[in-house]
Design a protein around this ligand. Structure first.
Ligand code: MN
Length: 596
């Protein structure tokens, strides 16, 4: 920093002063030419970083910038800007999230190994192994060598790297955010493709990491590229609603008074929804005009119990709407989001949404996993952090059982797309995909438990292994080796049933069952069995959409459309999971609804 200050003074002093110039003008001129802001490209980054981590080492950032700038020199973005503007912007996003110096250094260098002559080896020698690991984690496999599998292999590599160091994913998200912000210069087709890929994989990843501040912007920029007209419509709506601000100010003021009366110290502020969230609610509710309710956030100074005191104060002031209260403090969402949600009949009988949380919950909700870096707290136990990333460990678990990268990517997509539920088993919370069954749970508890599960008790009642579990269920799994289970065990352990493949929901369970059958090559299952089970699989999947098949005709037509020689081949493919039952069902419904 000292060097820069000297540099700046020298430049400022070198400027000739016009005769008769007013002191104020001179002052303005010197402000305009002050170089730390305009000509030192790293100063903004250093300022953002030091604003959160006051004692951070800026020299390593400058060193990383210099190397990155050198390496990328002569390369340009599609917009015509020098390439270095991109890694610099990615590092800036990471800095604003509150990430540590190592992350920022890696962000500055994240494209050097992929796009320049700088090698991973040199990077490791210059900046250490942690930075090299992070850069390697976001470096793409070359399409020329890996062909079609390159994309899937790249994502798989990134997830494995994230298992060792989650900062890989944060750099990747920042990278994608900047690319999405600057997508405008690309062709319409590639904008759509990139926006859709972002929506499918990166936005859910961001959600799993709990980084709402990043997710909001990603959501909005995806909407901008996929539904530009809708984006513009919501934006117009937000700019043009008379009385909205005055109304919110009134609600905030009255809430503050009520909280004071209840002796709850808290900050109260309007909490606008982001564009995508408004759009989603508008579409989901079938509203013709953009649907958006006034919303406020109450952030209490005290412990979690103060949240309930604040809730009492708000409910005492305005009548709560039935069925709208949610307690995400007692049962946190699986990305560890914690808050109280309620809706009340506010002034003028208008519905107002209210979020209530502690300062710590607020930090966790905004920054998710990045909060560990932004607000380093020695108190944060390793156990808590492990909990935040349990889904990542699960993904890494079944990654080891998947040889085919395309199948891994497909499983990852499914896992990310699924809604999730939490059930209680063995005295702890277990996260499962929505629609999961006791068999999914048994495999989640351990391969042995899965392979040998016999029966389940849900909330104290015996239930079929194919039952769909619900949020909050308390489940006991009985295996054939359970001496106390009270179930008649077969003479020899029998292992999983083929039929389980029809109803299990999680990729993990599917793979474990397939693995068991691969290991225990039974006298082969006949084609007609596969046809029968393939048909049953489709039947079950259809039932989830409250549909059924009156005849084979739609299936026949679909098998033709998909290029299968006959219906049986399609059903065998479904059984072998060469094609996902959900894909078949989606296309079947499409076919029946739109072509007949
Ligand atoms: Mn990049």
């Amino acid at each position: 920093m000292d060097v820069d200050a000297g540099h700046g003074a020298a430049l400022g002093g070198a400027l000739p002063t016009q005769p008769g110039e007013l002191p104020l003008t001179r002052r303005l001129r010197s402000l305009l030419t002050w170089p730390t802001a305009d000509t030192d490209p790293v100063s903004q980054l250093v300022r953002a970083h030091r604003g959160i981590h006051a004692s951070a080492d800026a020299s390593v950032l400058r060193r990383a910038y210099t190397i990155a700038e050198n390496m990328h020199r002569g390369q340009f973005r599609k917009s015509g800007e020098p390439y270095i503007t991109h890694p610099l912007a990615v590092a800036q996003i990471c800095a604003e999230l509150g990430m540590d110096t190592t992350t920022l250094v890696a962000a500055l260098l994240h494209d050097t190994v992929e796009d320049t002559r700088y090698t991973l080896q040199a990077l490791s020698e210059d900046f250490g192994r942690a930075v090299a690991h992070l850069v390697d984690g976001v470096t793409k496999f070359d399409k020329a060598f890996y062909g079609k599998a390159a994309e899937a292999e790249t994502i798989r590599k990134m997830i494995i790297a994230a298992g060792k160091d989650v900062r890989v994913l944060i750099i990747k998200l920042a990278d994608r955010l900047h690319n999405m912000r600057t997508l405008g210069v690309r062709s319409a087709a590639s904008r759509q493709r990139i926006a859709r890929a972002t929506q499918e994989v990166l936005v859910p990843l961001c959600d799993r990491l709990g980084i709402q501040t990043l997710k909001r912007e990603l959501d909005d920029v995806v909407l901008l590229h996929l539904e530009p007209d809708e984006h513009a419509r919501i934006q117009r709506h937000l700019h043009d609603r008379p009385g909205w601000q005055a109304y919110l100010d009134d609600v905030v003021a009255r809430t503050k008074v009520a909280l004071k009366r209840s002796r709850v110290d808290a900050q109260v502020s309007p909490r606008p929804r982001h564009l995508y969230s408004i759009w989603k609610d508008t579409v989901a509710g079938g509203h013709s005009a953009p649907f958006d309710l006034p919303r406020i956030a109450i952030i209490v100074d005290g412990p979690a119990t103060d949240c309930y005191a604040a809730l009492g104060a708000v409910h005492g002031l305005w009548r709560p709407l039935a069925g709208r209260f949610k307690d995400f403090i007692a049962s946190p969402k699986n990305n560890l989001y914690r808050s109280l949600h309620t809706s009340v009949r506010g002034p003028q009988d208008r519905t107002v949404e209210v979020l209530i949380r502690t300062e710590e919950m607020h930090q966790a909700a905004e920054y998710g996993i990045a909060a560990d870096f932004r607000f380093p707290r020695p108190a944060t136990g390793a156990a808590e952090r492990a909990d935040e990333l349990s889904w990542l460990r699960r993904v890494l678990d079944w990654e080891q059982d998947t040889v085919d990268p395309a199948q891994f990517l497909e499983s990852l997509r499914c896992d990310l797309a699924e809604a999730q539920i939490q059930v209680v088993a063995d005295g702890r919370q277990v996260v499962l995909p929505a629609g999961a069954t006791p068999v999914d749970l048994a495999y989640e508890l351990g391969t042995e438990r899965g392979d040998h599960c016999l029966a389940a008790r849900i909330n104290g009642r015996l239930a079929p292994l194919a039952s769909e579990l619900e949020e909050g269920d308390v489940v006991e799994i009985f295996t054939e080796t359970d001496a106390e289970s009270g179930f008649e065990a077969d003479a020899a352990p029998r292992g999983p049933r083929r039929e389980w493949l029809v109803f299990v929901k999680s990729p993990h369970a599917q793979m474990q069952i397939n693995r068991w059958f691969a290991d225990h090559t039974e006298p082969g299952i006949s084609i007609s069995d596969k046809v029968r089970l393939g048909r049953a699989t489709i039947g079950l999947a259809l039932r989830k959409h409250n549909r059924g098949l009156a005849s084979d005709l739609p299936l026949l037509r679909l098998s033709e459309e998909l290029g299968y020689p006959d219906l049986e081949t399609l059903l065998v493919a479904v059984f072998d999971r060469a094609i996902e039952p959900d894909t078949v069902v989606r296309q079947l419904i499409d076919l029946v609804d739109h072509r007949q």
